[in-house]
Unconditional design. Structure first.
Length: 275
């Protein structure tokens, strides 16, 4: 499952594809084109921007299990849809549907995981900062017991984004606790933090680091945290008239449970639908 998305991300990052705006023919047009590309890249990198997008994010982690011979693959389908509530307030919905290929004691299990919708109220601001707050939910939609928690969970979520010049940086965090579901399954208390730093270059290119740090508060003390460190490169470009943001990152999992892999490779392809 990881190979098609990694291949598409690699193809997108190779020279020859058009940047997000057509090739200019005059210095003035070139400057205008570059400005539009930079603006679209900044919107694509902002998780609560007023921009409809559909990212497909594939996380590939080899070396799983006691013998380090299994692989975990998580494809997150995560559409983002904003709704204008007023001229000063936007509701941004972010929904994550994971498609999993996960090693278990009985062999590799494939299917969908628990659905995770989040809702952010985003006040309109004039400065470089954008803030969003709201609830996040986890619905027990997994296609098999091994791919989900079996619990209904909820908690607070927040996003802070700084965007100025070539920089787009910030963090997304949430914590969920279970409140209903299968009584035979363990309770859920889980934390997620995703800091991100993007530095935008010419022609739609950018450097990026966006590790996903997680903590399972119900796990044993040595197995609670997964902390990746790394980064990669991305580009905003067009396939025909469709703007796309593609990136490829590699992370070393410097803090992790014993049976988790040492490295995670993330390939993402994000379809953009500007207003």
């Amino acid at each position: 499952m990881a190979r098609p998305f990694a291949a598409l991300a690699l193809a997108a990052l190779l020279p020859g594809l058009s940047p997000a705006v057509a090739e200019p023919t005059t210095p003035e047009a070139e400057a205008q084109s570059e400005a539009k590309t930079e603006a679209l890249a900044a919107e694509a990198q902002n998780p609560i921007a007023n921009l409809i997008s559909v990212p497909f994010q594939n996380n590939f982690t080899p070396g799983m299990g006691p013998n380090e011979d299994n692989t975990l693959n998580v494809l997150n389908i995560q559409p983002v849809v904003p709704f204008a509530l007023s001229k000063d307030l936007t509701l941004v919905t972010r929904t994550i549907l994971p498609v999993l290929s996960q090693p278990t004691a009985a062999g590799t299990q494939n299917g969908i995981g628990d659905l995770n919708p989040s809702f952010f109220l985003v006040p309109k601001g004039k400065g470089p900062w954008t803030l969003g707050f709201g609830p996040t939910l986890v619905l027990p939609t997994a296609s098999s017991d091994s791919l989900g928690s079996g619990k209904w969970s909820a908690g607070p979520a927040a996003v802070a984004v700084y965007s100025k010049g070539p920089w787009v940086a910030g963090a997304l965090l949430n914590n969920v606790w279970s409140f209903a579901g299968d009584s035979d399954r363990g309770a859920v208390s889980a934390f997620l933090l995703q800091p991100f730093i993007n530095y935008n270059l010419a022609n739609g290119w950018y450097l990026v680091t966006s590790p996903i740090v997680t903590a399972n508060w119900r796990a044993a003390s040595g197995d609670q945290w997964i902390v990746p460190v790394g980064g990669g490169v991305g580009r905003v470009f067009r396939l025909g008239s469709q703007p796309i943001n593609a990136s490829l990152q590699a992370f070393a999992n410097v803090v992790k449970p014993d049976n988790f892999g040492d490295v995670t490779i993330r390939a993402q392809v994000q379809f953009l639908f500007p207003n």
